[in-house]
Write a protein that binds this ligand. Sequence first.
Ligand code: FES
Ligand code: FES
Length: 218
Amino acid sequence: MKLSTTCFMENRKDQLITEGHNSSRRSFFKRTSALAAISLTPSVFVKAAAAGVDEKIASAFEKMPLSLSINNKAYNLQVEPRVTLLDLLREQLHLTGTKKGCDHGQCGACTVHVDGRRVNACLTLALTVEGKQITTIEGLAEGDKLHPVQEAFIEFDGFQCGYCTPGQIMSAVCCIKEGHANTAEEVREYMSGNICRCGCYSNIVDAVMTAKQGGKKL
Ligand code: FES
Ligand code: FES
């Protein structure tokens, strides 16, 4: 009797060890399968992108007519519904003064004016500005005469690498026109949507305040 109990216990122990081994094998296979799926998925997308599949899908969208004015010049265009104002300006019209920073409405590098109001071009679908007046940094100067805010940015070194500068200037023009440039604190608040990774903020504030106090027509 004692012998058979011992045999049963040992058999059970072997069974448990085998089950534990199988269970860890199963979870190992589950984990490696999941990892394989994760690691394979991006390459599928990469291959699809390389084969131009995304462009073929995109080309299925019908282009729509779009009439608008950019820097006082009339345009009659054909535009896919998915295209943003930023991509229209940069990719289709080669107005590359407007910069793409985050492409998510968080840095202000893409700021342009739509009917005199500042907007993030990366968050604006091109078709939504039908019939509107767009001003980009290219349209701010009058011939060789720089805009007063452009002059102030140069005078106060309101930039370092310059990548954020077109957006800063476009935003600053509206900030002043809106009446939000009365104090340094106000300028910081109302320009807070424009990020400068070089950290030129104090010079930018000085430039905006000076342009405002200069009283020139903006
Ligand atoms: S690129 Fe539009 S907000 Fe950053
Ligand atoms: S000047 Fe470099 S990001 Fe502003």
